[in-house]
Write a protein that binds this ligand. Sequence first.
Ligand code: OAD
Length: 234
Amino acid sequence: MTGFNRIVILTGAGLSAESGLSTFRDKDGIWARYRIEDVATPEAFARNPTLVQDFYNARRKGARDVAPNAAHAALARLESDHPGNVLTVTQNIDPLHERAGSKNLIHMHGEILRALCAHCGGRTPWEDDLTADLDCGRCGRTGGMRPDVVWFGEMPYQMETIYAALADCDLFVSIGTSGNVYPAAGFVAEANAAGAHTVELNLEPSEGISHFAEAIHGKATEIVPAYVDRLLKG
Ligand code: OAD
């Protein structure tokens, strides 16, 4: 496994499952308890802001005190110890990659511990509940404070940077994601088009399994550290 110089890692909810955070599409996952169109779209927020804020307030509470697991730690170690460039792109809104020490990190679906003002676009670190009656600390207007997360129908963050990295990578590794949600589900095709080696690390085969050159299935806390060891040994 020698010779990888530009590595792009994509992560999803499966990476944080063993830290105690729910995934979305597993049988007891978040989308078994809520409907996407009720809590994760701009239309839902316009229709029933309290329901949407309550949903994300609960997730903010859940994310505040969790600790990264061995898989997050292994990815941070890869970034610091690998001689090439390692970019981690996460669909997760939890803060576990940064708590483990990852620095070259893109939260493409936003961050639950930040608030976004829909009026002025200002972003602020936020650890408490968000409510419809809050004023924005920047523009002073009321009613626009929302979680800084990307909802269905909105554009994920930093897509230009991500596509540029995919077009130039020689290894793409997708970890703990079911491959249901675009644009992230299409990243493996971009990496293949760039001539990169593509690897899936997941509990079970994902929707996109046929696009990967290599796949290892098992729990993230077991297979990710082992895979990172392989990469670092060259
Ligand atoms: P999913 O819930 O769709 O998929 C999680 C994947 O992780 C599944 O394939 C599981 O088999 C796998 N998994 C579960 N436990 C695991 C473990 N311990 N180790 C390894 N793998 C495990 O979550 P995502 O693919 O991240 O977007 O979902 C993508 C997006 O859909 C999310 O970012 C969110 C959601 O709707 C928005 O809200 C915009």
